[in-house]
Ligand binder design. Structure first.
Ligand code: F6R
Length: 599
């Protein structure tokens, strides 16, 4: 949540900061701002709305300089407004700060500073950092920051520049920060996508570290000011990873990328004879598994429960990370806790896995963003290998999570000495091809999107392993098209939601052929009897179904345990086309941000 970027080097900083903000915009887009330093001091320009608006702001044209910091905001404290946008100045406009995270004790700090005569301009928690720096600054920015940080409770990825120092100083605790190391230039950003094409190498900052960036050098220090040796690595992403490649939106590109991203998740890990994962934890003696995540990642965890219990016979619990972290968790050394996260930075998931680590339980991260906090926190990590996901609504990361959970279930099965089903292994290898066929539903989906785009409500229903698909289909629709949609296990409907059914209610059933097929068919009858409209996703034509459904979408048939990966595709496309036809900003839906680094 919130994206920050900065540059010090030999080139004009403004174009780079604007481009960087555009790449970080998926983290928040309520407002944005930049601060540039030159010989006459600091200049800030801020604007409410998307970065595009900031880019066109006439005030930017007079700003020149080779050192600068920038911020794109997802509001937590204070409405989106120019005053609340970052960067924030101290009283004398000599220091400027950008901050991602939350300063939980900002109220007493603000009161103290106001008593001392500091004048605040915004309602944000972040502005206290600028005034605290002003209080301690005696010409050395890093020294002042090291005095300020112990006073802050909460989380931060922050950067400071001053009128007088030819440097940027940054600090991290609980919010991501990565350094970009180049020739005659140093950058930092909230994530590495903002650094692509600018630097060959990166280094991650750890919690409670600060870094001092100069044009030709950098230094990382711990909270006592002691110099730390950086771990420098190559930046492995390239420009193609963050382009739309001819698609109108990132979300559509990412939906259509799924045959490839699933193939990458399987690549080198599964063949027709077995499964190979590099996990440096002994899983032979695991007796219980807890899966943790938020939002879409929680939905893949729900599917993981079906997959793991079915393939390993080990009991699995699924928890919202935000609930798990505040409950008593009686974990044992024979328990395995798995954190699922696309971004690897979700605050609740990170806190939950830290809590699990306090017990003796083993921890594994199933994470997309390489080098992210959750990836580094877990004892072992399995990367999704989906590539950067930029559309705010998660699509390819979801299917890669499910694929990776499947691999993990097979791996645990093998570790437990249970036989692998060769037929299933072969079927898994057909997934990229079958997902490609499922994408061919797009024309039918466009027709339906056009027909139903003005609906006010939807109910999505599925049973067994397709129940989480109903939840995920409903979430996709509500988050990008703002249509109210509920996901339910199909048999649960008669315990309440059926009261909503009349001739105006559209119920979308996932009804592919597995052992629950006839049961779902009965639930369809129940809706039909109350004049509800029926849309069905199925894998085979069947008179029993065609006679009841108002609309049918056909997807390829696959082993039922793999069906979620096929069945979710038309639902992703449906959400996308409805939102697009309504003229909504598909990639940046209102109120949302891709990386939720606050509670
Ligand atoms: C929905 C969506 C969110 C995320 C959730 C967790 O489309 O993207 O619900 O799934 O915020 O994010 P990660 O997976 O990054 O931990």
């Amino acid at each position: 949540m919130c994206g920050i970027i900065g540059y010090i080097g030999e080139k004009e900083v403004k174009p780079l900061l604007i481009e960087g903000l555009k790449r970080l915009e998926y983290r928040g887009y309520d407002s944005s701002g930049i601060c540039v330093k030159n010989n006459s001091g600091l200049s800030i320009v801020k604007n409410v709305g998307k970065v595009e608006k900031l880019e066109k702001d006439a005030r930017l044209s007079s700003i020149k300089g080779k050192v600068g910091i920038a911020h794109t905001r997802w509001a937590t404290h204070g409405e989106p407004s120019e005053l609340n946008a970052h960067p924030h100045y101290d009283c004398k406009n000599e220091l400027a700060v950008v901050h991602n995270g939350i300063i939980e004790n900002y109220v007493p700090l603000k009161k103290m500073l106001e008593k001392e005569g500091h004048k605040f301009k915004s309602q944000t928690d972040s502005e206290v950092i600028a005034h605290l720096l002003e209080k301690f600054y005696r010409g050395n920015l890093a020294e002042a920051l090291l005095k300020v940080l112990p006073l802050l409770q909460g989380t931060y990825g922050l950067a400071v520049i001053s009128k007088k120092n030819e440097e940027i100083v940054i600090a991290k605790k609980g919010s991501p920060l990565v350094l970009g190391i180049g020739n005659n230039k140093m950058l930092f950003a909230s994530d590495q996508t903002a650094l692509i094409n600018y630097v060959p190498n990166i280094a991650y900052l750890n919690d409670n570290e600060i870094a001092i960036l100069k044009e030709n050098s950098f230094e990382i220090r711990n909270s006592n000011g002691k110099i730390i040796k950086p771990k420098i690595e190559a930046l492995k992403l390239d420009a193609e990873d963050i382009e739309k490649n001819g698609f109108e939106h990132y979300m559509l590109k990412e939906i259509f990328e799924q045959p490839k991203s699933i193939k990458r998740a399987l690549s080198g890990r599964l063949n027709k004879d077995g499964v190979k994962l590099s996990i440096d934890i002994n899983l032979k003696k695991i007796n219980r598994i807890v899966l943790l995540g938020c939002g879409t990642s929680w939905h893949s965890a729900l599917i993981g429960k079906y997959l793991i219990e079915d393939l390993t016979n080990i009991p699995v619990e699924v928890d919202y990370a935000s609930e798990f972290r505040y409950r008593t968790n009686p974990l044992k050394s024979s328990d395995l806790v798995i954190a699922l996260s696309q971004s690897g930075e979700t605050a609740d998931t990170l806190a939950a896995i830290k809590k699990a680590k306090e017990s003796k339980a083993k921890t594994i991260g199933l994470v997309n963003a390489v080098g992210s906090s959750i990836a580094r926190e877990c004892q072992s990590v399995i990367y999704l290998q989906a590539g950067p996901e930029i559309g705010v609504a998660s699509t390819k990361a979801f299917t890669s999570q499910v694929t990776t959970l499947l691999l993990l279930a097979l791996y645990i099965r093998k570790e437990k000495g249970m036989k692998l089903d060769k037929k299933l292994l072969k079927e898994i290898l057909t997934l990229p091809k079958k997902v490609f066929s499922s994408l061919q539903t797009e024309n039918k989906i466009k027709e339906l999107a056009d027909k139903f785009k003005d609906n006010k409500n939807f109910i999505f229903l599925g049973k067994g392993v397709n129940f989480p698909i109903a939840l995920e289909g409903a979430l996709k629709l509500k988050e990008i098209s703002y249509i109210h949609a509920e996901g339910y296990p199909s048999a649960e409907m008669k315990h309440g939601p059926i009261a909503l059914v009349d001739e105006n209610m559209h119920c979308l059933f996932i009804c592919t052929h597995d052992h629950t097929y006839d049961k779902v068919l009965s639930n369809i009858e129940e809706v039909k009897a109350r004049k509800g409209k029926i849309i069905v996703i199925t894998d085979k034509a069947d008179d029993k179904l065609t006679s009841k459904a108002d609309e049918i979408i056909y997807v390829p048939h696959i082993d039922p345990i793999l069906a979620p990966l096929i069945n979710i595709i038309p639902l992703q496309l449906f959400a996308y086309h409805v939102a697009n036809m309504k003229g909504l900003d598909v990639d940046k839906p209102r109120n949302l941000a891709k990386s939720v680094t606050v509670e």
